[in-house]
Design a protein around this ligand. Sequence first.
Ligand code: IVH
Length: 706
Amino acid sequence: MTDVKPVEELSQAEARRELDRLARQIAAANRAYHTEDAPEITDADYDALKRRNAAIEARFPGLKRADSPTEQVGAPLAEGFAKVRHDVRMLSLENAFGMSDVAGFDDRVRKYLGLSPQSPLLYTAEPKIDGLSLSLRYEGGLLVRAATRGDGETGENVTENARTIADIPKVLSGAPDLLEVRGEVYMAHADFAALNARQAAGGEKSFANPRNAAAGSLRQLDAAITAQRPLRFFAYAWGALSEPLADTQSGAIARLALLGFQTNPLMQVCDGPEALLDHYRRIEVQRATLGYDIDGVVYKVDDLALQRRLGFRSSTPRWAIAHKFPAELAWTRLEAIDIQVGRTGALSPVARLVPVTVGGVVVANATLHNEDYIAGRDSRGDPIRGGRDIRVGDWVQVYRAGDVIPKIADVDPSRRPQDAGPYAFPVTCPRCGSDAIREAGDSVRRCTGGLICPAQAVERLKHFVSRAAFDIEGLGAKQVEAFYEDGLIRTPADIFTLRDRFGSGLQQLRNREGWGEKSAENLFAAIDDRRRIPLNRLIFALGMRHVGEVSASLLASHYHSWAAFEAAMTAARVGEGPEWAELTAIDGVGDVLATSVVMTFQQKREREAIDALVAHLQVQEVAARAPVDSAVAGKTVVFTGTLERMTRAEAKARAEALGAKVAGSVSAKTDYLVAGPGAGSKAAKATELGVTVIGEDAWLALIGTA
Ligand code: IVH
């Protein structure tokens, strides 16, 4: 790791080089420890780096760097990036993979807006840059903050680093008072190759692809390092604004170009799906000679008033879509099929491959999905790949699409070894030996061992400490695995008794490789920090099947407190009773999710583990859905009859965005019935119940958009 040459023998030039490298390595270790929750080196190695750095500085005091790591001796490790909450969320894009998806996108947009297939509708089409998104905030024309996307709500403050990027203007003239410009940071192919050559020459690790290089360069704690990396920036969107940039997407981008931003020269306005596909093909032809990576073409509705009407789904806009390029392919040999057991017991077959380069990245593993996929049939039993099965020893075609796990597309039976027999998918769990069963209608075979299965237990713990769950600093996936192996942590509750079970706990942890006194103390403090936890995070952390971040938040904002949630789930029975009715009435909670949650609370072992955990926690209540300040917030609305100024879908989405609940039928709980021409029985029922009945115009006046 470090140069072994004794300090006394170093030349001045060697010493300078080594101090530079040590500063980078120590900064990288700090970052891995603080911002990535994944220490890459042991405390002992970290201390050795710092000692070596200090010894060289002692011999060559003149070479001490302005940002010398010795200045931090005894002090806490440098903090990671500060968090930044985005005023306007940074969203991702829905993907389209072929012609029919693009036509489907156009159809959906038109339906939502109530436009006929013949009405004119313009879109922009532009390359999808394969980098990382960045939001730049200008106040009074000055760059005041730059933030990464993070989880879309909260990103990292990388202002100092962004200032080192030549494409990013620091001062704007003639800009709105408040302007957040969004776009992609990327690295050009030539710069990437030169950087990797420099890294190799300096004994540093090289980057797998330009996107990783761009991300690694932007997320440097030391902006001086970012400054040496050739990063670029294309502007393609915006966040908060004090005044509109233009009336159209294309106009807004032209305005950003005038303000001094780089915008992509291949953006074009197109008048429908045919024109979009034409432009897609033109961009695809130029892809190899652009000099930077793109992974598709983004289509956006050009008219910004229509974009506003279309609005957003939970994490993607309705007015845009990313049409991805087809995946890259390569042939290689399948050496083995391993079975991994996941958090919910799913047995996932993984292909171990003779390593092969696919689109610039070496691939040695790929997913095989499930047993049907290996056998050459889909979930309905119909043949896929012409019914060809996949066997160990086969030549298989691997592909990668974007960031996703590589997959196997096809198999070449003509090159199959004589002795290759059909693959027998295990019917018992390879980790705990319990039966692995496949429920009717499920494509996945699952281990029935629950928490007695070590694989499930570890995966659940990893999920429990993950970023969107308990996010305990210093306790990442790697540490959880090691603690599990040692028997120190078997269930989530064990995390919270770690300190008590070892008295001060220090001795035991100190003996573990990689844990010094300081890191153990830090860990205990980080665990204590999480004894207070918001209800939504707790529900997500429990790792119940089908309960993701969004549904955990739905449950939390419906039940507010752990006591209420727990009482309701304890009383609930699948498919019957008031608790079940209440649970499944939550918008976004379907029968499958509800069954999973209710069943979890009924299983003795699961229930005991949950109770043991919660005994250590103070669960913070979650307020009802973000109180929206509007005349209809909290009101229940029913739409009936024909709406003339918008479609039903748009009316519903807008009402919900303003905090109203949209119901399908009129009851005593209904606040407004919005009735258009042709309203029938609902209007009669509303009158009978004394519910306020209004027309579409009155509704629009009420929500302030008449
Ligand atoms: S528009 C509200 N345009 O792709 C959506 N995104 O997969 C704003 N990206 O997070 C994004 N090139 O990082 C947009 N021309 C482009 C893009 C682009 C790359 C990235 C962006 C986004 C991701 C979604």
